[in-house]
Design a protein around this ligand. Structure first.
Ligand SMILES: [Zn+2]
Length: 499
C-alpha cells in the first residue's frame, strides 16, 4: 500500500475557489481509487500561493525527509504553488526525499512530455496568479497597516517624514534611470559611468556595482514590502512600475543562469556519448606540461582501451560550446515552432476526452435507468437483500462516474492556445534553461569534427527507433576551437526530425 499526505490551501481572496473540505474530499477519493493510504493532512487557510511562508506547507516539506510518506496529493497543482520557481524548488526537495507530487484533478503522466506539460500548466497557474495579485492589490484595504516606517536606515530613493516613508524625488529619478537603462540592456559598468559623468553619487562616492545590483533587486522600489509571511503595499510608495521591476528581475536571474551553474554543466555530463564507440564521455583531471591541473572530457571506451581513438577535449571550452549551441537551437524560432506544434498536438491528444466523456455520460444514464427500475420495484413492494445491495452499488457507481466526468471536464478546461504555449515556452527558456535542457536533450554525440545533439520530441512515438526525435548536427571545427580557444566556427547546422 502506498502512503501519502494531502496538502490543501484556501485563499480568502478568491470566492470561486474550491473549499478546503471540497479539496480534501477530492484528494481522499483520488487516494482511494489509487490504493493510497492518507497518513496526514496539511492545511493552510487564507494563504495565497505566491509566497512560500505557508506554515503547514513548510511543515509538510520538512516532514518529507522523515520517509514516512511517498506522495503529496493536492487538489490541483496551483494549490502546491502558483510560482514556477517555488514549485521547481520544492518539488526538487520532495524528489530528493523520495516523495512525488500528485494532482487529483490533473492527469500528468510521468514522462518527459508529461514534465513539459506539467511545467506548462504551472506556468499558466502563475500567469493567472499574477493577474489575481493585481486585482487583490487594487482592492486591498489601506487600513491593514498604517504604513509607518519601522526604523533603521532608509533605502536610497526614499525619505522619512512623520514616521511615513515618502519618495525622495531627486534620488527616485536616479533609481528610475538605473532600472530603465538596465531593462534596455545597458551594462552595469556603463550605467555607473553615466552616473559618474553626470556627477551623481551615492553618499558622496561613485555607485558601486553591488549597490546598483542591490537597487535592481529590491522589491520595495515596486511598492512591495515583505515581512515574514505578509506583504505590505502601503509602506513604500512605488518608484518603479511593477512591469519594469519584474522585467529587470527576470533579466538578473537570467544572467545568473548565463554564468553556467555547476548544476547546468553536471546535467550536460550525463548526456555526452562518444560518436565513434558509443561509450559515455566523462570528465577527468590531468596535468599539463607546465604542471598545472587541467580538466578534460575523455571517452570511457578509449580509457578502457577498447580501440577507440577519440581525442580528449578541454572541459570548460567544450562545455561552453555545447551549451551555446543548445541554447541557440532552443531559441531558434523555426525549431521552437516545431516543438510548439508538437506540444499543441500533445495537448489536443490529452484533452481529446470528448469521446470518453460521452461514454461516461452514457454509462451514467444506464446506471440511472437501472436505479429507477429498482425504485419502481421497491414502490411495488418488492424489497429484499438483493435489491438493497444492488441499489447501494448503483448509487456508488453514479457517484463514481460523476467524479470521473468532472475530472475529464477539468482537463479540457486546461487547454491553452498555441500562442500561450509559445509565450510560455519562450519565457520558460529564459527563466529555466536548465529544466529545458534536461528534458529537451536526449543525447549528445561527440565526434572529432562535429556534434550531434538529439532532442527529445514532445511526442515520442517509439523508444526503440529515432522516430519522434529531433536531431541537430553541428558541423564545427571542434578540435581547432578547443585547442586555439577561438570562437567556434560553425559551418552549418543540419536538422533532422524523424517522423
Ligand atoms: Zn569512443
Amino acid at each position: 500500500m502506498k502512503t501519502a499526505v494531502i496538502y490543501a490551501r484556501y485563499s480568502s481572496d478568491n470566492q470561486t475557489e474550491q473549499s478546503i473540505e471540497g479539496q480534501l474530499r477530492v484528494c481522499q477519493d483520488y487516494a482511494q481509487r489509487n490504493d493510497i493510504v492518507i497518513i496526514k493532512t496539511y492545511i493552510d487557510r487564507a494563504m495565497t500561493g505566491t509566497n512560500d511562508n505557508r506554515p503547514d506547507f513548510q511543515q509538510m516539506i520538512k516532514d518529507s525527509d522523515k520517509k514516512e510518506f511517498e506522495h503529496v496529493i493536492v487538489y490541483k497543482l496551483d494549490r502546491f504553488s502558483r510560482n514556477k520557481y517555488e514549485t521547481a524548488k520544492y518539488k526538487k526537495i520532495l524528489k530528493d526525499n523520495g516523495v512525488k507530487l500528485l494532482s487529483a484533478m490533473e492527469n500528468i503522466p510521468d514522462t518527459p512530455e508529461g514534465i513539459i506539460l506539467e511545467s506548462l500548466l504551472e506556468g499558466m497557474a502563475e500567469y493567472y496568479s499574477a493577474k489575481l495579485a493585481q486585482k487583490v492589490k487594487r482592492g486591498m484595504k489601506e487600513t491593514r497597516l498604517k504604513g509607518n516606517f519601522t526604523g533603521g536606515t532608509i533605502i536610497y530613493g526614499y525619505k522619512v517624514e512623520n514616521h511615513k516613508i515618502l519618495i525622495n524625488e531627486e534620488q527616485a529619478e536616479v533609481v528610475r534611470f538605473i532600472y530603465e537603462q538596465y531593462s534596455l540592456g545597458t551594462y552595469v559598468k556603463d550605467i555607473i559611468a553615466e552616473l559618474n559623468s553626470k556627477r551623481i553619487f551615492n553618499r558622496g562616492k561613485p555607485f558601486a556595482r553591488n549597490t546598483i545590483y542591490n537597487i535592481l533587486k529590491n522589491e520595495k522600489y515596486s511598492g512591495i514590502y515583505r515581512f515574514k509571511d505578509e506583504i505590505f503595499e502601503n509602506m513604500y510608495p512605488a518608484i518603479v512600475p511593477n512591469e519594469i521591476y519584474t522585467k529587470v528581475r527576470n533579466k538578473i536571474d537570467l544572467n545568473k543562469y548565463g554564468k553556467r551553474s555547476v548544476e547546468l554543466v553536471y546535467l550536460l555530463r550525463h548526456k555526452l556519448k562518444c560518436g565513434y564507440c558509443g561509450m559515455p564521455i566523462s570528465a577527468e583531471c590531468g596535468t599539463a606540461k607546465d604542471g598545472s591541473k587541467r580538466h578534460y572530457y575523455k571517452c570511457l571506451g578509449r580509457k578502457r582501451n577498447n580501440g577507440c581513438t577519440k581525442s580528449s577535449v578541454r572541459k570548460e571550452t567544450f562545455e561552453n560550446f555545447v551549451l551555446d549551441n543548445i541554447l541557440k537551437v532552443l531559441s531558434n524560432s523555426e525549431y521552437v515552432d516545431t516543438i510548439i506544434e508538437a506540444l499543441f498536438k500533445l495537448q489536443e491528444m490529452q484533452s481529446n476526452t470528448n469521446s470518453l466523456i460521452n461514454s461516461l455520460v452514457k454509462e451514467y444514464k444506464q446506471a440511472e435507468i437501472s436505479l429507477n427500475n429498482i425504485m419502481k420495484a421497491v414502490e411495488q413492494g418488492i424489497v429484499n437483500n438483493t435489491t438493497n445491495k444492488r441499489m447501494k452499488e448503483l448509487e456508488n457507481k453514479l457517484e463514481d462516474i460523476d467524479r470521473q466526468i468532472l475530472i475529464e471536464k477539468s482537463k479540457n478546461a486546461f487547454k491553452v492556445s498555441k500562442q500561450a504555449i509559445k509565450e510560455f515556452y519562450i519565457e520558460a527558456l529564459k527563466l529555466e534553461p536548465k529544466l529545458l535542457i534536461d528534458y529537451a536533450i536526449k543525447e549528445i554525440r561527440v565526434y572529432e569534427d562535429k556534434l550531434e545533439i538529439i532532442f527529445n520530441s514532445p511526442i515520442k512515438r517509439s523508444p526503440d527507433t529515432n522516430q519522434g526525435f529531433f536531431l541537430f548536427t553541428f558541423n564545427s571545427k571542434l578540435p581547432q576551437y578547443i585547442q586555439n580557444k577561438e570562437k567556434p566556427n560553425m559551418v552549418d547546422i543540419e536538422v533532422k526530425y524523424y517522423v
